[in-house]
Design a protein around this ligand. Structure first.
Ligand SMILES: O=P(O)(O)O[C@H]1O[C@H](CO)[C@@H](O)[C@H]1O
Ligand SMILES: O=c1cc[nH]c(=O)[nH]1
Length: 236
């Protein structure tokens, strides 16, 4: 038990899906898991454990931004023994080849966050996904004939970036596909504690074209990301 999580020590599975949004955690648990039980509701940052295709799986909301995610993931690793982390997020498009509803596998996560500066000093550490998870996720997406992209993303500390897409110009110039707000901290923590992590995100709004997911399509779009991630969890 911690100030952020009142679940007992054995409450979580080794594999944990991590949406930012607590209601996405609830939706995944109630829609796709068998025997889902609420294990954490501190601050309404909901966490559930159940089974998927016979495999024990958890889903824990992280809130928005790297400091918030880092609290939940640090505790999941160090107090709850979690081993594999699959972020299931939304992201903004930064590249015209990524269309609304497309899934992005975050191979590496650049960031403007100061969180790693103290740790790495003069180095610019490159937070990256686990290769095993990445390869399995890409293979599963291919099997489903899903449209996905694998490449660099940016974990931004700022949602409302000055100038919109133009505010990301150096990243646009270096083939970054999308922006979200948590993957860099997740990848860094996973590397530090020898765990596996990947961010799988659905593009909901393109900062270049202004295209947005429409309300009707939102659920079904996130469903592709959720079931791909659960199928990945079932292989671990
Ligand atoms: O949909 P989630 O997982 O919350 O992810 C994205 O959405 C939030 C911003 O709206 C940030 O947390 C960003 O990373
Ligand atoms: O962080 C995010 C997530 C979705 N869309 C954005 O523009 N930014």
């Amino acid at each position: 038990m911690t100030p952020h999580n009142h679940a007992p020590k054995d409450a979580y599975a080794e594999t944990v899906l991590l949406p930012g949004d607590p209601l996405r955690a609830k939706w995944v648990a109630e829609t796709f898991l068998d025997d889902a039980k609420l294990v954490n509701s501190v601050r309404n940052c909901l966490g559930y454990t159940g089974t998927y295709k016979g495999q024990k799986v958890s889903v824990q909301a992280t809130g928005m931004g790297q400091p918030s995610l880092a609290i939940y993931v640090h505790e999941l690793i160090n107090l709850y023994g979690a081993k594999n982390f699959i972020r299931i997020g939304t992201c903004g498009g930064l590249n015209e080849k990524v269309k609304v509803r497309d899934v992005v596998l975050g191979v590496a996560a650049s960031t403007d966050s100061a969180m790693n500066a103290g740790t790495f000093g003069r180095y610019h550490y490159a937070p990256h996904a686990d290769f095993d998870l990445l390869r399995k996720a890409a293979d599963l997406a291919d099997e489903r004939k899903m449209k996905f992209h694998a490449g660099g993303i940016v974990s931004s500390d700022v949602f409302y970036v000055e100038g919109g897409a133009k505010g990301y110009q150096p990243l646009l110039d270096h083939d970054i596909l999308a922006v979200e707000m948590e993957a860099a901290a997740l990848y860094t923590l996973a590397a530090k504690f020898n765990r596996k992590a990947i961010a799988i995100c659905t593009m909901t709004d393109c900062l270049i074209t202004g295209d947005e997911i429409d309300a009707d399509a939102r659920q079904s779009s996130l469903e592709e990301m959720a079931t791909l991630s659960l199928d990945l969890a079932a292989t671990l």
